[in-house]
Design a protein. Structure first.
Length: 309
């Protein structure tokens, strides 16, 4: 049996035309009747169907509204922090709340009857499945950004190593800005500016910490994105390296210079050692013929006899 509002909606055109027909049959002298019919027709049309159909239970409707508000908040946060990238730092709270709201929808509310099954009515009742699509989009974005590598296990805040890195990053930018005040930077190659001299220690610490975090992450990760740090840290390091090398033309002294020189010298010296050892070895193998004393004395005696014969 069709709901009452469906029957009312189906009968509205017939009822309106009937009222208009009665008003027209009354003649031109019945103007008040025509006006009354028009007013009644407008009221019926405006009543129509309610704008907010009662297709969801109140519990499910409140959960859907909360998910919509959470999605809007997370979308706004991602858009505002897209450049420079600060997604994991500023949006982890919105993302965690959205996960909780989606979990509340996925669980049945109230009893187990069909009317109270929010998961079925909201998530799988239509082909488009807007809520599921939005949830998958946010999850894929969050995983692609590797935000889990910057957060604590419960995702309630940044990890200690990430906070240490961001603190050094802010100190590096502050040092750059402080040493650039009132200076005209010469961007010629090999220009050793005040930034390079005064900020070398801070930048070296930042670069070493980033390399350490990369090594630790590669050793302990197993996921598809485990080889990368979170996008916030990567973007911050890329910005700092571009400023250091391209803008200020600074260079970071290599700490492995002495070992590299030692190994190179040893490799270059190997051919000399090889040829010298070969020469000495071959010389030792040469046999020097030495005549015994008896043979020498006999030879001398023969020479003397031949001389006086």
């Amino acid at each position: 049996m069709a709901p009452p509002w469906c029957l009312c909606r189906a009968l509205l055109p017939a009822l309106v035309f009937a009222l208009l027909g009665l008003a027209a049959a009354a003649g031109p002298r019945q103007t008040p009747a025509l006006e009354l019919a028009e007013e009644l027709a407008e009221e019926l049309w405006s009543a129509g169907l309610p704008g907010d159909l009662p297709e969801l239970e109140p519990e499910c409707r409140s959960l859907l509204a909360a998910f919509a508000e959470g999605s809007a908040a997370l979308t706004g946060c991602l858009g505002r922090r897209a450049r420079p990238v600060r997604l994991c730092q500023g949006c982890h709270g919105h993302y965690r709340r959205l996960l909780e709201q989606y979990g509340s929808i996925a669980r049945a509310v109230g009893n187990s009857s069909e009317s109270h099954n929010c998961a079925k009515s909201i998530l799988t009742s239509d082909r488009l499945q807007i809520v599921v699509t939005l949830s998958e989009f946010f999850n894929e974005t969050w995983e692609a950004a590797n935000c889990a590598n910057c957060l604590k296990n419960n995702s309630e805040g940044l990890s200690n190593s990430t906070e240490e890195f961001l603190d050094l990053f802010n100190k590096s930018l502050t040092c750059f800005e402080h040493n650039l005040q009132g200076q005209a930077i010469d961007l010629s190659p090999n220009n050793y500016t005040e930034v390079c001299k005064n900020c070398n220690e801070t930048y070296t610490k930042l670069n070493d910490l980033y390399n350490h975090l990369q090594r630790m992450n590669r050793q302990g990760g197993e996921s598809a994105h485990s080889a990368h740090l979170c996008i916030d840290v990567e973007d911050a390091m890329n910005i700092t390296r571009k400023l250091w090398s391209r803008t200020f033309n600074c260079s970071l002294p290599c700490s492995d210079t002495v070992p590299v020189i030692a190994v190179s010298s040893f490799i270059l010296f190997l051919p000399i050692v090889f040829y010298l050892s070969s020469f000495l070895h071959s010389k030792q193998k040469k046999r020097i013929l030495i005549l015994p004393k008896r043979i020498q004395s006999n030879a001398n005696l023969v020479n003397i006899q031949e001389k006086y014969s």
